[in-house]
Design a protein around this ligand. Structure first.
Ligand SMILES: [Zn+2]
Length: 616
């Protein structure tokens, strides 16, 4: 390739893992429960390991969970460096590695159903074997996380051995990886992520070559409907592949696509190949950016005007689809510096990931299916507890991984700057050169819009601090010591470069107005939002008000009073809306965050899309 096609990635920001969130904060309470119930509880890893040890999996995904447990445990360990957790991670990895066959196979499948024993070109295709490669890749990722966090060469060696089996099985002149019937090759293409990581860790060209082989499969008929931006067929500047006869199982499979896109960014980090970054951004622009307004309430079901033949019309958003998207967008921000990826991340985090979880019980649901009944505007969150049973729920370990990752999304750092990407009560610790910087956030965000950031420094230190100003925060200000509050522009990173002194405190004020976001479609429906939260009206909090008489904010203006429960009270925060000038006679609408609505299941109906007021 010529010089113009590659360039060293600009010095990218590093992820800061060391953020400890207050356990009674909005995000912190979810993280605390996930840490405890999904990672630190030793029976969880033991159960996942036992599923691999049986090695009799007849077509499920028993093996993937231990890989994701290792990923989640590595994140939790990086935050607090607990010796007990390190010992547990090491022991789990050692037990896992002891199960690896001489040929490198490390999975849960029955001998005759293992991915490398199947003739994928034969008819009928080996459907019962289709998830084995995926599970093998998830374990590979987990071992790499263990190695990267804890510096364990044995885990790296085992991951490389597992990867080599994939390289011996698939590729030019070997088996065709797109014949693996996990969503017609879309699952197997996620191999790009661990292979790119291995390339970064070992410098071994064959891992990069295998990524290249995978990338050459993009856009093949009835497989992943995505082209690389430099594919000649993408001349129309559309990375989507249109095929009129697409079937449901060859539409975009979200979780797999998102892991693949993160793989492209990982490869970009090591090669500087610009088309990798450009393709990731183009897929975001084409498939995700347009549906961000409705992301949480309509799943990925597009409105009638933007109907897309590629995405099958399924409003289901599996929990598995969410953490890979969030982590892809976090990486996209790290590589591009574009704040819009953080906006998407925050929106999906508060309104999708948290909505799939009941922190009081530690449950992680399969989906928060939201078939927004546009006419009535009522949605029900289906917790599908039957599908939450350990073994059948593919989402359990991915949901936990997403929740345990939240603190790693709060801040980023380079040698001379810190970016605060999410606001949450807690403390972030990072190193700028030799100096340790501690940034403590005091805030009730997202209930309150004021964030006080206190800087703990060993001595006066010159660096640039950048604060994310959310898109919705019209009128935001930032006050720094000794200066009047300055206006900050929504949708940007507000940068302040100066010599900071120990104990310096900044105050960020984000106005928390009620906003309406009209949904596409002829029904004239809208979301009601405040800060990063989409709000919902549980019918049980709106006694005597039928769905049709629920009053909406109008252009006359609306007031909002907030009731937060006492510490330890599991009741949700309630936002009460009243239309200005209509007095007591006007019914008041009592709302909660979407993530707090419907937790009683089918018996707890709520509405999250509302008819627009006539004067809107
Ligand atoms: Zn799932």
């Amino acid at each position: 390739m010529n010089q113009s096609e590659t360039q060293p990635p600009s010095p990218s920001l590093a992820t800061v893992h060391e953020t400890s969130l207050a356990a009674d904060g909005w995000l912190g309470r979810y993280v605390a429960v996930a840490d405890q119930r999904q990672v630190l509880d030793a029976t969880v890893a033991d159960t996942y390991l036992a599923w691999v040890k049986e090695r009799q999996d007849p077509g499920r995904w028993d093996g993937e969970h231990i890989g994701k447990w290792l990923e989640a445990a590595a994140l939790v360990w990086r935050r607090g460096r607990s010796p007990q957790l390190l010992a547990q991670m090491d022991a789990v990895a050692d037990q896992l590695i002891a199960l690896q066959d001489a040929d490198g196979y490390l999975g849960s499948y029955r001998e005759d159903l293992r991915f490398h024993k199947i003739d994928w070109n034969a008819q009928p295709i080996g459907m019962a074997a289709r998830f084995d490669l995926w599970c093998h890749l998830m374990i590979l990722n987990g071992l790499l996380d263990h190695h990267e966090a804890a510096g364990r060469p044995s885990s790296l060696a085992s991951a490389a051995k597992a990867a080599d089996l994939v390289l011996r099985t698939f590729g030019d002149g070997r088996q065709d990886i797109m014949r693996v019937m996990h969503n017609r090759g879309q699952g197997p293409l996620t191999a790009i992520l661990p292979m790119a990581r291995l390339y970064g860790l070992t410098g071994d060209q064959r891992y990069a070559d295998f990524c290249g082989y995978c990338i050459r499969q993009f856009g093949r008929p009835h497989t992943l409907p995505i082209r690389m931006v430099d594919d000649p067929a993408a001349a129309a500047a559309d990375v989507l592949v249109y095929e009129p006869d697409r079937q449901e199982d060859d539409g975009v499979k979200k979780c797999e696509l998102e892991l693949t896109m993160r793989g492209l960014l990982e490869l970009y980090r090591h090669t500087g190949e610009k088309r990798l970054l450009a393709t990731s951004s183009a897929v975001f622009n084409r498939l995700y950016q347009p549906i961000l307004p409705t992301l949480a309430v309509c799943g990925y079901l597009l409105g009638p005007e933007i109907t897309d033949p590629v995405i099958h019309h399924n409003p289901l958003v599996e929990t598995c689809d969410i953490p890979p998207a969030l982590r892809w967008w976090g990486e996209a921000f790290r590589q591009t510096g574009e704040a819009r990826f953080l906006a998407a991340l925050e929106r999906s985090l508060y309104n999708q990931l948290l909505a799939h979880h009941r922190p009081e019980g530690g449950h992680i649901g399969f989906d928060a299916r939201a078939p927004a009944d546009r006419q009535g505007g009522t949605m029900r969150k289906q917790w599908r507890d039957d599908a939450c049973n350990w073994r059948e729920n593919c989402c359990l370990s991915m949901g936990a991984l997403g929740l345990c990752w939240i603190p790693s999304a709060v801040a980023y750092a380079a040698s001379d700057e810190v970016v605060i990407a999410l606001y949450a009560a807690g403390t972030t610790t990072c190193r700028l050169g030799a100096a340790e910087v501690r940034i403590t956030q005091e805030t009730t965000y997202p209930v309150g819009g004021e964030v006080r950031l206190r800087l703990g420094l060993p001595r006066p230190l010159a660096f640039r601090l950048r604060l994310r100003i959310p898109e919705w925060a019209e009128g935001a200000t930032v006050a720094i010591p000794g200066e009047a509050p300055a206006r900050a522009v929504p949708g940007t990173l507000h940068a302040i470069a100066r010599t900071w002194r120990p104990g310096d405190t900044l105050t960020l004020s984000l106005p928390m107005r009620i906003r309406c976001t009209p949904l596409p479609g002829p029904e004239k429906m809208t979301l009601v939002e405040r800060g990063p939260l989409i709000l919902a009206a549980p019918l049980r909090l709106n006694d005597g008000i039928g769905p049709e008489s629920l009053r909406l904010p109008t252009r006359k203006g609306v007031s909002c009073t907030v009731q937060t429960p006492a510490a330890g009270d599991p009741a949700p925060t309630v936002f009460t809306l009243a239309v200005a000038g209509e007095g007591q006679a006007s019914p008041r609408l009592r709302l909660t965050a979407l993530s707090d609505a419907g937790v009683g299941g089918e018996g707890d109906p709520y509405r999250a899309v509302f008819p627009m007021a006539a004067d809107f």
